[in-house]
Design a binder for this molecule. Structure first.
Ligand SMILES: Nc1ncnc2c1ncn2[C@@H]1O[C@H](COP(=O)(O)OP(=O)(O)OP(=O)(O)O)[C@@H](O)[C@H]1O
Ligand SMILES: [Mg+2]
Length: 228
């Protein structure tokens, strides 16, 4: 099994070395759990350490804002973008059917092998029919696999929900699911990460703590988080 190393501290260790190459991973969590930071590091590490180009697609957030936020973690995307090593695209969800062409043309143009779609939650505002949404996400996965990309899509879990995704269908269409938790314990909030499933991979079944610090997203695979 070929793997795509994320380079996120401690994370590859949890999943036998990296994400299965050419697979689709769903990254879910409530707001502010670090989904965008995780995606940015996946693409930044790909371009700066592993010689892999990347495409970042957002629906709602402005790419300029994302790039600015990521500078605090030492990720400067401006130079990478000038060399087309990582490109940022903001997509207009009113023309949702065009997304397949947009992904394909940008991946071919850059030669990208890493793609992040952050997030797909906004799709639900424009595609209200759940079977249609499921078909749409399924086709996104097919398109990305056909292009030989290792991809991450993010989905925001509504606060208080017991589900692991926004629409309840994303997890069935993805090869892998990573869940980010943010929960209250006594006087502080704790962050924890778990691998819900991962195709053809012996992965950790534990809930591990992670943090977002000045270097970005850091996981602790040797430690276990106690969720109360
Ligand atoms: N310099 C920093 N040091 C430590 N933590 C930080 C720092 N900057 C941001 N954070 C934390 O990261 C969180 C935001 O991370 P990020 O934007 O990646 O999350 P997200 O899951 O994409 O959020 P959203 O649901 O809003 O899209 C903030 O809520 C904050 O807790
Ligand atoms: Mg985000």
């Amino acid at each position: 099994m070929d793997r795509t190393t994320t380079g996120i501290t401690g994370f590859d260790e949890m999943i036998t070395g990296g994400l299965p190459k050419n697979s689709l991973t769903l990254l879910t969590g409530t707001c502010g759990t670090g989904k965008t930071t995780f995606c940015a590091q996946f693409l930044y590490n790909g371009a700066t350490r592993f010689g892999e180009r990347g495409v970042y697609i957002s629906f709602e957030e402005s790419p300029e804002l994302v790039k600015m936020d990521m500078k605090q973690f030492g990720m400067d995307f401006d130079a990478l973008e000038a060399e087309r090593k990582v490109v940022f695209i903001k997509y207009d969800p009113y023309h949702i059917e065009d997304i397949f062409d947009i992904i394909e043309s940008n991946v071919r143009l850059t030669g990208a092998t890493r793609v992040c779609i952050d997030s797909i939650s906004a799709l639900g505002l424009y595609v209200r029919d759940i079977p249609e949404l499921r078909r749409m996400i399924f086709n996104l996965g097919m398109t990305l696999r056909k292009l030989n990309c290792t991809s991450i899509i993010t989905s925001e879990i509504p606060p208080g929900s017991t589900g692991i995704s926004r629409f309840g269908v994303e997890e069935f269409i993805s090869d892998s699911v990573i869940v980010l938790y943010y929960f209250k314990s006594e006087t502080t909030f704790t962050r924890a990460i778990t691998i819900w499933k991962m195709r053809a991979t012996n992965h950790s079944k534990k809930i591990h703590p992670y943090e977002i610090n000045e270097t970005g997203f850091v996981t602790y695979p040797q430690e276990e988080a106690v969720m109360k």
